[in-house]
Design a protein around this ligand. Structure first.
Ligand SMILES: Nc1ncnc2c1ncn2[C@@H]1O[C@H](COP(=O)(O)OP(=O)(O)O)[C@@H](O)[C@H]1O
Ligand SMILES: [Mg+2]
Length: 144
């Protein structure tokens, strides 16, 4: 319901991790820095998989080098035009996100929706939903 009141910019159903990565590669313009991006979706929905495509498209990391920041909390991928911070807030609520924000930063945050402040301050929200084993519905919204 929330999503319906917002501006849906892109919507796709992918059928494999590779398709989700390919979709992530198409989002560079939409995610031009500075951005705070919330990645929503259950465990295994494909949030980290999508970041592989985003980081690769910004020349910030090879797909295979993008892994879940679950235990490390923040992974930093530096590209020529943008520094990407892939953040997992599942277990933590004290991370100093403000320190990471700058004109050329893109914060890609998993489990950020637990924090009302981040929901207020997000620029883009990407919601991923499972549809069967390998299907994933992906919606990209801009908050205005
Ligand atoms: N269409 C799809 N898009 C993304 N991942 C998929 C898809 N189909 C199957 N998968 C698998 O689902 C898992 C998604 O894991 P991950 O990206 O780590 O999710 P999350 O970060 O949301 O917990 C991976 O094992 C991936 O191979
Ligand atoms: Mg993840």
């Amino acid at each position: 319901m929330e999503a319906e009141t917002r501006n849906i910019l892109r919507e796709i159903t992918t059928h494999s991790a590779e398709e989700t990565i390919a979709f992530g590669r198409t989002l560079t313009e939409l995610l031009a820095p500075p951005k705070l991006v919330l990645l929503r979706g259950d465990l295994g929905a494909g949030k980290t998989t999508l970041v592989k495509g985003i980081a690769a498209a910004f020349d910030a990391a090879a797909e295979e080098d993008v892994t879940s920041p679950t235990f490390t909390l923040v992974h930093e991928y530096r590209g020529p035009q943008a520094n990407l911070y892939h953040i997992d807030l599942y277990r933590i609520d004290t991370l100093r996100l403000d320190d990471l924000r700058s004109d050329n930063s893109i914060l890609l945050i998993e489990w950020g929706e637990k924090f009302p402040r981040l929901v207020r301050e997000r620029d883009v929200e990407i919601a991923l939903e499972r549809e069967g084993e390998n299907g994933r519905r992906i919606r990209v919204n801009r908050s205005d």
